[in-house]
Design a protein around this ligand. Structure first.
Ligand code: PFF
Length: 453
C-alpha cells in the first residue's frame, strides 16, 4: 500500500535515527577521499566556497524535495513516483526519475565498493606497521603495486561487498539502523581525535590557508560543475537514496530542520577531512593536486613518518571504512526496495542478487587500474572515469533537477505544505521559488555552461 503513515520496509525508530542514517549515507568516501582531492585539483579555497554555495542553495532544497516525495509515497522511489503520478494525474514520464536512480545506484555502488576495499587494505597495512618510516617513493610504490594486482583489488572489493550485503539483508531496523547507531558516533569521535592531531602539525596554518583562501582565478565552468557534482554526490542526492530513506521517516519529524542538520553534519565532516589531510600534505612538502591517490599515498606516507603514526593511520582508515559502509548500504536501497515490492521477494535474497550484479560491474573499475588502464570508454580515459563522469556529472545533477521540478510543480501545493508543516502564504511561495525555480535553474545553467563552455 502506497502513501499512509508507515512503510512496509520498516520505519526509523525516531527522527534522530533518520538524521543518523541520512548523515551516514551522506558522509562517506565523498567527504574523506574525494572532497580533499577535488579541492586539491581545483586550487583550494575558492572551490570550497563554490561547493558550500551549491550545498546551501541547491543541495538543501533538493534533499528536502527527496524527503517530501519519499515520505508522501512511502515506497521505493519507482513505486513512490508511480503512486504520486496516479494520484495527482501527472505524466508517467516522471517515473524516469526512479529508473535513472536505479541505474546511477548500480554504477556508484560498483565503484564505491572497490575504493572502500582499498581503505580496508590500508587498515591492514597501517596496523601491521608496514608503512613505518617509508619514503614518498615507497608509499607510491605500495599503492601502485596494489593497484596493478587485480586479485588483491578483487579480494578487498569482495570483502567490502559481503559486509555491505550482510548489513542490508538485516533490514531497516536490524541492519541499517543498528549500523549507523554504532558507526556514526564512532566516526565523529575519530574525526575529532584526528583534527586535534592535525592541529599540532607544523603545516596546520598552511593547510587552513589553502582550504579557505580566496583565489578566484581557479574558477572555471568545469570547476563549477565539479563543485555541483560533488554537492550531489556528497549529500547522496539525485538518485533516490534519500527519497528511499525518506519513506521510513515518521510523519511527525520536521523536514526542514532535519535536512539542515544532515547537510551541516556532512559539510563539517568534509571540511574536517580537508583540515586533517592538507596540514599533513604541507608538513611533508607533498603535492596537493595528486588526484584520487591523495588519500592513499600521502596520508599513509605522512602517518608513517610521524610518532604514533601507525596508530593514527589505522584509526584514519577505520574511520574511512565506517563512513563508507554507512553510505554503501544506502546506495542500493532504491533498487532493493523496488524489487522487494514488485516481486514480494525476501530482502536478504534481493540484497545478495543486487550485490552480485554490482560486484560484477565493479570489475570494470578494478580493471581500470590494471588490465584496462588504457581502454577508453566513450571518450573517458577508463571505465572508472566513465562511471564517475556519468553518475556525478550527469545522472545525479539531472536527477536532482527533475526531483526539484516534481516537488515544485507536479505535487500540489497543499501536499507539499502539509509535509513541510506550512500554511498557504508567503512561505509556500518562497519554497516554490527555491525548489521549483532557483535550484533546478542553477543545475541547468551549470550543466549547460560546462557542456558548451
Ligand atoms: N554520499 C556518499 C559519499 O559522500 O560518500 C556517496 C553516496 C551515497 C552517493 C549514496 C549516492 C548515494 F545515493
Amino acid at each position: 500500500m502506497a502513501g499512509g503513515t508507515e512503510s512496509r520496509h520498516g520505519m526509523w525508530s525516531n527522527r534522530w535515527l533518520f538524521v543518523l542514517a541520512a548523515a551516514g549515507s551522506a558522509v562517506g568516501l565523498g567527504n574523506i577521499w574525494k572532497f580533499p582531492y577535488i579541492v586539491g585539483e581545483n586550487g583550494g579555497g575558492a572551490f570550497v566556497i563554490l561547493y558550500l554555495v551549491c550545498i546551501a542553495l541547491v543541495g538543501v532544497p533538493i534533499m528536502m524535495a527527496e524527503v517530501i516525495i519519499g515520505r508522501e509515497g512511502r515506497q521505493s522511489p519507482i513505486n513512490t513516483m508511480r503512486h504520486l503520478i496516479k494520484q495527482h494525474h501527472r505524466s508517467p514520464a516522471w517515473t524516469l526519475i526512479g529508473w535513472s536512480g536505479v541505474v546511477a545506484g548500480f554504477l556508484i555502488l560498483s565503484y564505491y565498493v572497490v575504493i572502500a576495499g582499498w581503505a580496508l587494505f590500508y587498515i591492514m597495512q597501517m596496523g601491521s606497521g608496514a608503512l613505518e618510516g617509508v619514503s614518498a617513493a615507497e608509499a607510491d610504490h605500495l599503492f601502485s603495486d596494489f593497484l596493478a594486482d587485480p586479485w588483491q583489488l578483487i579480494f578487498w572489493q569482495t570483502l567490502f561487498m559481503a559486509m555491505t550485503v550482510f548489513i542490508i539483508s538485516r533490514g531497516v531496523i536490524g541492519g541499517l539502523e543498528t549500523a549507523v547507531r554504532w558507526f556514526m558516533p564512532a566516526l565523529f569521535l575519530l574525526m575529532v581525535v584526528l583534527l586535534g592531531y592535525a592541529m599540532t602539525l607544523d603545516g596546520w596554518s598552511e593547510g587552513v590557508n589553502f582550504m579557505f583562501r580566496f583565489d578566484f582565478s581557479s574558477i572555471t565552468p568545469d570547476a563549477v560543475l565539479a563543485a555541483m557534482g560533488q554537492a550531489f554526490f556528497t549529500l547522496s542526492l539525485g538518485m533516490g537514496a534519500i527519497m528511499a530513506y525518506g519513506a521510513y521517516v515518521p510523519s511527525s519529524a520536521s523536514i526542514f530542520s532535519t535536512v539542515t542538520i544532515i547537510a551541516l553534519l556532512d559539510t563539517l565532516v568534509a571540511i574536517a577531512a580537508g583540515l586533517v589531510i592538507f596540514p599533513i600534505v604541507f608538513t611533508n612538502g607533498l603535492e596537493t593536486a595528486q588526484g584520487p591517490g591523495l588519500m592513499f599515498v600521502t596520508v599513509p606516507l605522512a602517518f608513517g613518518q610521524m610518532p604514533f603514526g601507525a596508530l593514527f593511520g589505522t584509526i584514519f582508515f577505520l574511520l574511512v571504512s565506517f563512513a563508507a559502509i554507512t553510505s554503501a548500504i544506502s546506495i542500493g536501497e532504491p533498487a532493493l526496495a523496488y524489487v522487494v515490492e514488485e516481486y514480494n521477494a525476501k530482502r536478504s535474497r534481493v540484497a545478495i542478487t543486487l550485490g552480485a550484479i554490482s560486484w560484477v560491474l565493479g570489475l570494470g573499475t578494478v580493471f581500470s587500474f590494471n588490465y584496462w588502464a588504457e581502454v577508453e570508454i566513450l571518450g573517458q580515459p577508463t571505465f572508472f572515469d566513465f562511471a564517475t563522469f556519468v553518475t556525478d556529472k550527469v545522472l545525479l545533477p539531472l536527477g536532482g533537477m527533475f526531483i526539484a521540478l516534481f516537488a515544485g510543480w507536479a505535487l500540489p501545493g497543499t501536499v507539499v505544505g502539509s509535509q513541510l508543516g506550512l500554511k498557504e502564504g508567503p512561505m509556500g511561495i518562497i519554497w516554490k521559488l527555491i525548489c521549483g525555480v532557483l535550484a533546478p535553474a542553477a543545475v541547468l545553467v551549470v550543466f549547460l555552461a560546462s557542456l558548451f563552455g
